[in-house]
Design a protein around this ligand. Structure first.
Ligand code: BES
Ligand code: MN
Ligand code: MN
Length: 464
């Protein structure tokens, strides 16, 4: 793959300029006012896939945001890699906390990235990482070194639950036929310690509404006599975890996979610096379920977190009011073999049961995701491991992650395909946060590694 690697070195600046164009499009899938921008981003991805040399490039419309599909079949007898990624991004809020505007990408040096990092919403999640695949394809194509076939499926609804992608893959099984799915939408341990993600958590997401009196009341006239929905909601949320930080929803842990001591020991071998972890996010101490390490709490254990909570008066100054309503958004991260629908139901039953008589409670389920684990003895994992070893000069460690990618479990269920999660991000990239960034090191390392993956995967399949 020498010519391919040389092509990458010779075109680094252009790759970056092109990524910047894509990053300037505010393709926020959750916000209907940005529908046109999401479409624009899809068109941009289509354009780049075409100029990289892909065939049959289409922007496929769905009931929601479009899916970009492309393929390059060099020889039907060769194996096929199906690349999945997403061009939609999270909202930039809170916008005031960005040092530079979210959709005006810039390069800045940081402690982690003395050579520079790209600052923009989507720089890492997932425009930057998805774009590495498009540029790797271009490099292989223009160098005449395409070792196997490739298909691309780049969606615009990952950040809102991938519901239309689920329909798309069910309707296009034939078109999506492949040997492996390759995704760069996760991270590595550090620039010195590459890793491959072998597990993703699932998700159950609910919104709760607590209603007290039929209107906001004077907190002097009524305070003490009428249930205050915010007080009640806070109390109910407090009851969702016990003093060992275990979730109290009955049956919550019923199907949770128990890892052997050996597996836990193996996991603990991956380098992790708790002091650095704390200082990077400015916390004096970590907190979590008794009996588990920070790494374990964030990967192999299920959790419950309030993501947002509101109600009453939150404007300037004081307004004495006893609110009529209180709301919260709650996420539960799930592990094998918890089922998101079952967990949502269990939550609903429990939450309604702990409501005092003085209020009404409503639980509304949002999107969910099934947890996923990927094997380390598959041809795909082996190819990724060899590819990363070549580019980083060090063998990557298998590692489970705490995040969710809703479609991964469905790839296996619907298409019968294993996924390789070969991401290049870092925990410090601030994905979903203000000042999201992606190291230039990581961006280029990804582009360099992907062609090796294709080569290794083709070789492994031929020797079968
Ligand atoms: N790329 C992330 C997930 C991720 C990040 C996994 C880092 C592992 C390491 C993805 O875009 C994401 O944010 N997923 C959402 C789920 C979705 C249903 C909103 C998540 O995990 O909150
Ligand atoms: Mn992502
Ligand atoms: Mn995301």
């Amino acid at each position: 793959m020498e010519k391919t690697q040389q092509f990458i070195q010779d075109n680094k600046q252009r790759f970056l300029d092109e990524l910047f164009e894509l990053l300037r499009i505010p393709s926020i899938s959750a916000d209907p006012t940005h529908k046109g921008d999401v479409q624009k981003a899809a068109d941009n991805v289509k354009h780049h896939l075409e100029s990289a040399g892909a065939d049959n490039v289409e922007v496929c419309s769905t009931a929601g945001h479009p899916i970009v599909y492309a393929e390059k079949i060099v020889d039907p007898s060769l194996p096929t890699v199906l690349v999945y990624g997403h061009y939609d991004v999270q909202p930039a809020d809170p916008v005031d906390l960005w040092d530079t505007p979210a959709f005006e990408p810039v390069i800045r040096k940081t402690e982690v990235h003395p050579e520079g990092a790209i600052f923009a919403r989507g720089a890492c999640d997932d425009k930057g990482q998805m774009f590495m695949h498009v540029k790797a394809l271009e490099a292989m194509m223009k160098s005449g070194e395409m070792p196997c076939n490739a298909k691309f499926m780049i969606e615009g609804e990952e950040e809102v639950g991938s519901e239309n992608l689920e329909i798309f893959i069910k309707e296009h099984k034939e078109k999506l036929a492949a040997d492996i799915i390759l995704v760069s939408d996760t991270g590595i341990l550090s620039k010195e310690h590459p890793s491959i993600t072998t597990g993703l958590r699932g998700l159950s997401y609910v919104e709760v509404e607590v209603t007290g009196p039929n209107r906001d009341l004077h907190s002097g006239l009524y305070g003490g006599c009428v249930a205050n929905p915010i007080n009640v909601l806070s109390d109910m949320i407090g009851q969702l975890q016990d003093d060992k930080n275990r979730v109290t929803v009955p049956g919550f842990y019923e199907n949770v996979e128990i890892l052997s001591d050996e597996e836990r020991k193996e996991m603990a071998r991956a380098p992790f610096d708790e002091e650095k972890y704390k200082s990077a996010i400015d916390i004096p101490a970590v907190q979590g379920e008794d009996g588990y390490s920070t790494r374990e709490r964030g990967s192999i254990r299920p959790t419950l977190d309030v993501n947002g909570m509101w109600g009453g008066y939150i404007g300037e100054g004081a307004k004495t009011v006893l609110p009529s309503k209180a709301y919260a958004k709650i996420s539960m991260r799930l592990v094998p073999f918890q089922d998101p629908d079952e967990i949502t139901q269990k939550f609903k039953t429990y939450f309604e049961s702990i409501a005092p008589e003085s209020v009404k409670v409503e639980v509304k389920p949002h999107h969910g995701a099934k947890p996923a684990v990927t094997p380390i003895d598959s041809a795909g994992y082996k190819a990724a491991s060899k590819a990363m070893e070549r580019s980083f000069g060090k063998k990557p460690a298998p590692l489970r992650s705490g995040g969710s990618i809703p479609i991964v479990a469905l790839f296996e269920e619907v298409l019968g395909l294993k996924t390789v999660l070969m991401g290049f991000g870092l925990d410090t990239d601030a994905i979903h946060s203000p000042n999201e960034n992606y190291g230039l090191f990581n961006f280029y390392k990804g582009i360099e590694t992907i062609p090796y993956f294709y080569k290794e995967f083709a070789d492994l399949n031929q020797s079968k």
